[in-house]
Design a protein around this ligand. Structure first.
Ligand code: FES
Length: 104
């Protein structure tokens, strides 16, 4: 059953930035702030083992992985630039009382 997990305060992730958080099951996710809207995906790039929170650069709604310059849409997890071709998991996100919650 889906569960909402409070991962951070909305002030922990400044606009245009990415932060990593670990879910209760041990999965590391990347949380993105796109113009005040929060999104979350798995942190690991599907092309290699890059951490998108550490090695990624947010460009609008896309994160570019600096290892080989592949890209993902942070809202859907869909790849949008080669060599990335496998989607990464995207999570539903909602902000409640100033805290970012992720459905997992
Ligand atoms: Fe991310 Fe290759 S590891 S694009």
């Amino acid at each position: 059953m889906a569960e909402w997990v409070k991962v951070c305060s909305d002030s922990d992730v400044p606009e245009g930035e990415i932060r990593a958080y670990t879910l209760p099951d041990g999965v590391v996710i990347a949380v993105y702030n796109v113009d005040g809207n929060f999104h979350a995906t798995d942190d690991t790039c599907s092309h290699g083992e890059a951490s998108l929170s550490e090695d990624g650069v947010l460009d609008g709604c896309e994160v570019e992985c600096s290892w080989h310059f592949g890209r993902f849409n942070v809202e859907t997890g869909m790849p949008c630039a080669s060599p990335c071709s496998i989607p990464i998991r995207a999570y539903n996100v909602r902000v409640i009382d100033g805290y970012v919650n992720v459905e997992c």
